[in-house]
Design a protein around this ligand. Sequence first.
Ligand code: DOR
Length: 438
Amino acid sequence: MDRVLFKGARLIDPASRTDETADVLVVDGLVQDVGKKLTSSDAEIIDCDGAVIAPGLVDPHVHLREPGREDEETVASGSAAAACGGFTAICAMPNTDPVCDNATVAEKIASRGRAAGLVEVLPAGAITKGLLGEELASIGEMTVSSARVRLFTDDGRGVQDSRLLRRAMEYIKGFDAVCAEHCEEETLSHAGQMNEGEFSSMLGLKGIPSEAEEIALARDLALAHLTGVKFHALHVSTAGAVELIRAAKARGARVTAEVTPHHLVLTDAELVGYDTNYKVNPPLRSSADVEALRVGLADGTIDAIATDHAPHSSEEKETEFEQAPPGMLGLETSLAVVLTEIVGAGVITLPEMVERMSTGPSRVLGLGGHGGPVTPGEPANLVVFDPQGQWTVDPSRFASLSANSPWIGRKLKGAVLHTVFQGRLTLRDGELMQGALV
Ligand code: DOR
């Protein structure tokens, strides 16, 4: 099926400043026409009345567990989860086993992504070998490899050694790539299980103070200023961090930032049941932090919503809180969570949501062909969703191989109907296309 005409949707395309009812004709992988009352004698027609059509979502922060923990997620299953969530591009963090700290691993992940053919899989490279924080990884080699790595991070950990991070930033800048940091000062967060505050005292769990994130971020912003690198702050979680980024942007720094749906919606109060599905790093914070993150998202201090999709097996999660690894799924629920809780609460508008989940993250990654514009001649990477569609999160329906979601059982409003990757439907009427199943 090479020709598809999407009829009657509300086209929201921040890149071309479009928000109007329009038909979109896709031919041979490209958008061929956009306009009112388009006709085509040989195209398949998909009625999108009442739905939104937008550039496909882009997630700058996911964990696929291949290589190493293919029981938890593979590049193919993560790609399927992404297509189900309305994504057309995802950036895969390097904390695999072996670590993605060289061109061979990066090329393997990229080629598995191409073989799955459901979304563009961009491998992120490690900053340090083995994520050990001691020696620089093969940054140049990964950049010029066929995987074309454009974002470097030790995510899961922050680089603790400032001198090494400075050198990494200088090097990354030389390749015009992005240095992305998981901001955590580890002597302060040491052995912490959750946000430090009244709930950690009540629950008897060791707390992680906001300052562990803010000290690391302040240092990183200073080093980014010193080196001139493009710097991206991963999963920002505190009010103080939002303020640091706002001030850096006001100074004209080349800095971008992301926030997760869970940090925008959930607080540390959720941990009262010791449910390990709420254990995540950085931890869920206070309601004041949530409020500040929402303000930062609305005023553009925060450029992107990222899922930090982090699959873990039920054996690992169903254990004592202290033993359980941090992380939660996100790809298949993020659009609906953001529509229900953030757009629904009036924090941002629908067009602003598309900007923060597609156009903004594409810009962060320097990614062409995604995030719009939805105009003739551009690659057809698109999502169609029903903003009113109600559903209940059911893990048996996840394409992900894992089920560690805090949203299980929740009723959400906002359903992905169709996802189009390079002109092909990967998801149709909410179902993965035949042959796309892994
Ligand atoms: O909660 C998290 N899980 N935070 C991270 O930084 C790493 C991630 C993972 O890999 O599971």
